[in-house]
Ligand binder design. Structure first.
Ligand SMILES: [Zn+2]
Length: 166
């Protein structure tokens, strides 16, 4: 199965499950409102249209509380605050994701650049990009849009998040 086929299949599955939750006869053909959950216009532009929030504008780029960052769209655990570092990039930066299968990475050739795009492995939402100029131990910098994230404080993690997100 090619990546493209896989993505289309995933999209079809997700659409089907979303539509199944809607009352009959009220299916919305507008893609913007057919995704599961509700996203702000800014979050939708980043997560579903590969947008980028302006530097130094996001809620989390200077955020330093102890806890877990989850996907704004589907709630999957993405990054632990223990892997966050100050990069001066203007976006939240992490040196590794929460787990090996938390995020997916793929080549992004848009805007005349060759970058590695990072997406949520559960809902396929665009999160940001990963660069090879991060700190030890990985040497990676996951440069993530704040609006693609939500934050769960450490003392609420056990209550709000399942141990195994999959
Ligand atoms: Zn997600």
């Amino acid at each position: 199965m090619t990546l493209r086929t896989f993505l289309i299949a995933s999209w079809a599955l997700l659409s089907a499950s979303c539509q199944a939750q809607q009352p009959q006869g009220q299916q919305d053909t507008n893609r913007a409102s057919s995704w599961c959950g509700e996203l702000s216009p800014d979050a939708y532009r980043v997560l579903r249209e590969q947008g980028t929030e302006p530097r130094f504008s996001g809620e989390f780029w200077l955020h330093d509380q102890d806890g877990v960052y989850v996907c704004m769209s589907c709630g999957a655990r993405l990054f632990d605050s223990g892997t966050k570092f100050k990069s001066n990039s203007g976006w939240p930066s992490f040196f590794q994701p929460e787990g090996d299968t938390t995020v997916d990475a793929r080549v992004d050739l848009s805007h005349g650049m060759r970058r590695i795009e990072v997406t949520c492995s559960v809902c396929d939402g665009h999160l940001g990009h990963v660069f090879e100029d991060g700190p030890a131990p990985t040497g990676l910098r996951y440069c993530i849009n704040s609006v693609a994230l939500d934050f769960v404080p450490r003392d609420s993690v056990d209550i709000l998040l399942k141990k195994d997100p999959k």
